[in-house]
Write a protein that binds this ligand. Structure first.
Ligand code: SF4
Length: 360
């Protein structure tokens, strides 16, 4: 059901049970936006993310209470957790002690003399470190040297930090060089990919609300993934992080990298349309949420072109006056009343899933 081939060769790291790099499927991540110390709300959001298909979740650690909540979160979380830490190295030490699978640091905003303490603790517990450099927190010297947060500056910063951690003996690392400027982000990751074989975590920062985030991420990450750069991705959306997950999987699916979850193919509608395609799409999408199997479902507005246009769909509907024609692989098999359409499509999808499972 899942395809992962021809990726750039990177070394393999392991975030808990999730492998990253070294030929593993590109991993989809997200980040909670609750207060981490509010364990009930945070674990609810982590579970919603996991249900949507998110495989690794990052949580922000702003103070000691956040850090001390990590053990309880970890106990209840269905996916590995990454603690996001800035400025206070002691929070990194507490987070590692609490047993999180990874920490994300930007060594540029931590006291240089304390990086060794963090690395020693990570080595002892086997904690993965993401060196996450971004434009907003570039070191002053590099800012002056390059005249701003250019791609070269981000890459130099990241590689310097990686080299220091490597010299301390730890190689369970991944790297990100995010920027909100898509061309800079693309160039930075390309340069990074030419210089290192550590797994790369792709992302466009401050990407904005849903449409902007989807477009910027699809372009930025899409270009890189197409060039086989990137081992794990995070789409950043202002708002509910759960909305990031379908975007991430759509990007991977569009490139044929990972085919996870049902794909709804729907026509744009035109003057021939005879059923309410947008409403049907919304209902069917909702009903198929959380399914991981790769099944193509078509919802087409008319019988003239519908089945033909969606020939590659496993199952689909082509609208007629007050009814829909059910078709499979482009061939019409039954006529349904309009009110039967959603239930029937969902039933057909489950029948296919059950058949596949029985054959495995
Ligand atoms: Fe128009 Fe029919 Fe094509 Fe939809 S399937 S765009 S309604 S011709």
């Amino acid at each position: 059901m899942e395809d992962c081939s021809g990726r750039r060769k990177t070394r393999r790291i392991q975030i808990g049970r999730i492998p990253i790099g070294g030929g593993a499927p590109v991993v989809v991540q997200s980040m909670t936006n609750t207060e981490t110390k509010d364990v009930r709300r945070t674990i609810n959001q982590i579970k919603r993310l996991a249900k949507a298909g998110c495989e690794v979740v990052r949580v922000s650690v702003r103070d000691r209470k956040d850090a001390e909540a990590l053990f309880r979160l970890k106990e209840k979380s269905p996916v590995p957790l990454i603690a996001d830490i800035h400025f206070d190295y002691r929070l990194a030490l507490v987070a590692i002690e609490q047993g999180v699978e990874g920490i994300r640091i930007n060594p540029g905003n931590l006291p240089s003399s304390r990086i060794r303490d963090i690395v020693a603790a990570a080595m002892e517990r086997g904690t993965v470190i993401r060196v996450g450099v971004n434009a907003g927190s570039l070191e002053k010297e590099l800012w002056h040297k390059y005249g701003g947060p250019t791609a070269e500056a981000l890459v130099e910063s990241a590689l310097n930090h990686v080299k220091r951690i490597e010299d301390m003996g730890w190689t369970q690392m991944k790297i990100s060089v995010k920027s909100s400027h898509v061309p800079t982000m693309i160039e930075a990751y390309r340069r990074l990919a030419d210089s290192t074989d550590y797994p790369l975590h792709l992302g466009v920062t401050e990407a904005g609300s849903l449409i902007n985030a989807a477009v910027k991420s699809a372009i930025g990450m899409g270009v890189l993934l197409y060039e086989s750069i990137g081992d794990t991705i995070r789409v950043s959306v202002t708002g509910d992080p759960v909305s990031e997950i379908p975007i991430a999987f759509s990007i991977l699916r569009a490139l044929g990298i990972r085919m996870v979850g049902p794909e709804i193919i729907s026509c744009p509608t035109c003057g021939r349309c005879e059923i309410n395609v947008p409403a049907l799409v919304k209902k069917v999408e909702k009903r198929l949420e959380g399914i991981k199997e790769n099944i193509k479902v078509a919802i087409m507005g008319c019988v003239v072109n519908g089945p033909g246009e969606a020939r590659e769909a496993d199952v689909g509907i082509a609208g007629g006056k007050g009814m829909g024609l059910l078709f499979k692989k482009g061939t019409v098999v039954e006529k349904l009343k309009e009110e039967e359409i959603v239930e029937r499509l969902v039933k057909e999808v489950w029948t296919m899933i059950n058949k596949t499972e029985a054959n495995e």
